[in-house]
Design a binder for this molecule. Structure first.
Ligand code: HEC
Length: 112
């Protein structure tokens, strides 16, 4: 009985982890997909910068709205008439992951 309850609790927990977006999840995703170009702190100073013709955006200064962030992250630079060196991530990220990244980017911004 107790072990069944435990399993149930685990299953519910796993579902919640999948369904909820969070800044912490965004930080992990950013570390896997974005920091090579944008840098660990999002300042546009990642290790790949030297290989790029277009400077990756300094995300701490980004003024894009959440909707605009979602568009450029999922569709890439080309989807919004900007550099194709910002890749499209729509195929890799589900909705929750995209939302987590947006939460994380918002947390990097320097607000006056
Ligand atoms: C291969 C390098 C590269 C990777 C990896 C990359 N980006 Fe970019 N990103 C760029 C470049 C270059 C630009 C600037 C495009 C331009 O100005 O035309 C950019 C621009 C952006 C912008 C626009 C910001 C603004 O205010 O204008 C956002 C947001 C962004 N990237 C988010 C991300 C996220 C989130 C990830 C990871 C899922 C990511 N990028 C991964 C290269 C990259």
């Amino acid at each position: 009985m107790l072990s069944r309850l435990l399993l149930l609790a685990l299953a519910v927990g796993a579902n919640m982890a999948q369904a909820a977006s969070s800044k912490a999840a965004g930080k992990l995703l950013f570390g896997s997909y974005c920091d090579l170009c944008h840098g660990v702190a999002g300042r546009g100073d990642g290790r790949m910068v030297k290989l790029l013709q277009t400077q990756p955006a300094n995300l701490t200064l980004s003024k894009l709205s959440d909707a605009e962030l979602a568009k450029i992250i999922s569709g890439g630079g080309q989807a919004v008439g900007r550099s194709p060196q910002m890749p499209a991530w729509g195929g890799q990220l589900n909705k929750q992951q995209l939302q987590s990244l947006i939460l994380y980017i918002n947390s990097l911004r320097q607000r006056p």
